[in-house]
Ligand binder design. Structure first.
Ligand SMILES: C[S@@+](CC[C@H](N)C(=O)[O-])C[C@H]1O[C@@H](n2cnc3c(N)ncnc32)[C@H](O)[C@@H]1O
Length: 366
């Protein structure tokens, strides 16, 4: 979520670069073959979800006291919406086109690679990004996976926003029935589970579930941390963990960095656009040394957020790379087991030697 261009210099530069990198609000042309039609359908859907199908759109500006005001965006100003930098008055998502493109690519990738699990968004607002997940699954014939939509459906909890009281914004509180209607309007109401309530109460109960895509968009430290703690253990190898607000909010970034450090997560963070990052879960490696992991994590984070995200297009690993990752993890496991066996053998040999010495001492003493 963003409330327009940020004020501090580094972030302003990153946002400017993000704005310049925003892609055109255009759909791929339709054609008679199924794949071309599927691509065109999803492109048109993304324009609709962002309310970018017309010549202008209406944006909502936020004041610190919770009041909001609207203004029309037209011409080059539409870039703000395409870059996911404003709150749409009528649109169903504030994520912008690059994040939606990437979300679609992640869903297609888990389908193609047969990564097990459902998809979840924690922090859905009007549901636009989750609608895209459902539509992408349906267009790929994946009707057996469920899209879980977790939100309070009444906005932010009080006093949770590191300096900003987001709970003051009624604009961010969208009732679940309204979100359900949004899914239905696009024919996407089947295979969806709504999880109403504050994350602290609802998400820990989802720990046993298996996920292929986890999308976090709750903005604050608490929302991000509880979501990571509750959902990451269920993310399949090859699944994606997406964080919408890593670049936009310090406290969201702090929650992610802390969690990655605490859990020795070494997979690199990849920048999706000026704020969003993601990583793809690899096979669990034997825990690296703390210094090594911290250094790797810091480098990856620096690479992802240098304030100049253009040029670093999100990259989805190939099935071969995933397979190599799995083989590497298996080799590491074998190596670890060999170390354990060697230790046991040493203890055995030492034990036998001591026994023999004991025998000799006893024999001499006779
Ligand atoms: C930025 S909006 C999500 C934007 C949305 N993903 C989109 O596509 O436009 C943040 C959402 O997180 C929800 N939220 C924030 N903190 C929460 C919490 N602790 N528990 C439940 N929902 C929360 C809010 O109700 C709001 O709908």
């Amino acid at each position: 979520m963003s409330t327009g261009l940020p004020r501090d210099a580094a972030r302003l530069a990153a946002a400017r670069a993000g704005l310049a990198a925003a892609r055109d609000a255009r759909a791929a042309p339709p054609g008679p073959d199924v794949e071309t039609l599927r691509t065109a359908y999803l492109d048109v859907l993304k324009l609709c979800l962002c309310d970018l199908g017309g010549t202008s759109t209406v944006s909502v500006g936020a004041m610190p006291d919770g009041t909001v005001s609207s203004r029309e965006l037209a011409g080059y100003e539409l870039q703000l919406r395409a870059a996911g930098m404003d709150w749409p008055l009528q649109g169903l998502t504030m994520t912008g086109l690059a994040r939606l493109d990437d979300l679609q690519a992640c869903v297609e990738s888990v389908v193609e690679d047969g990564v097990e699990g459902d998809l979840i968004e924690a922090g859905a607002w009007r549901g636009g990004a989750s609608i895209l997940m459902r539509a992408t699954l349906d267009s790929a014939g994946q009707t057996d996976r469920t899209v879980w939509v977790a939100d309070s459906f009444r906005g932010f909890p009080a006093g949770d926003g590191g300096g900003v009281d987001w709970s003051a914004f009624d604009f961010l509180a969208v009732p679940v029935d309204e979100v359900r209607d949004n899914f239905a309007r696009f024919g996407c109401e089947h295979g969806v589970r709504f999880i109403p309530g504050f994350f602290e109460e609802t998400l820990p109960g989802l720990s046993p579930e298996r996920w292929a895509v986890v999308r976090l968009d709750g903005d604050t430290y608490d929302a991000t941390k509880v979501a990571l703690r509750s959902l990451y253990s269920g993310l399949s190898v090859g699944g994606y963990l997406i964080v919408d607000d890593y670049g936009a909010f310090d406290e969201c970034r702090r929650a992610v960095d802390e969690f990655r450090r605490e859990n020795a997560i070494a997979e690199p963070l990849e920048a999706v656009d000026w704020t969003c990052v993601r990583w793809r879960r690899g096979a669990d490696a034997s825990p690296a040394s703390e210094t090594e992991t911290e250094a790797e994590t810091a480098t990856a984070e620096q690479a992802a957020f240098t304030g100049d995200p253009d040029g670093s297009r999100p990259r989805v690993p190939t099935a071969r790379e995933l397979e190599l990752g799995r083989e590497l993890a298996e080799a590491r496991e074998l190596l670890a087991a060999a170390h354990v066996r060697r230790g046991a053998l040493r203890r055995l040999t030492l034990g036998a030697l001591l026994d023999r010495m004991g025998d000799r001492i006893r024999w001499r003493a006779r």
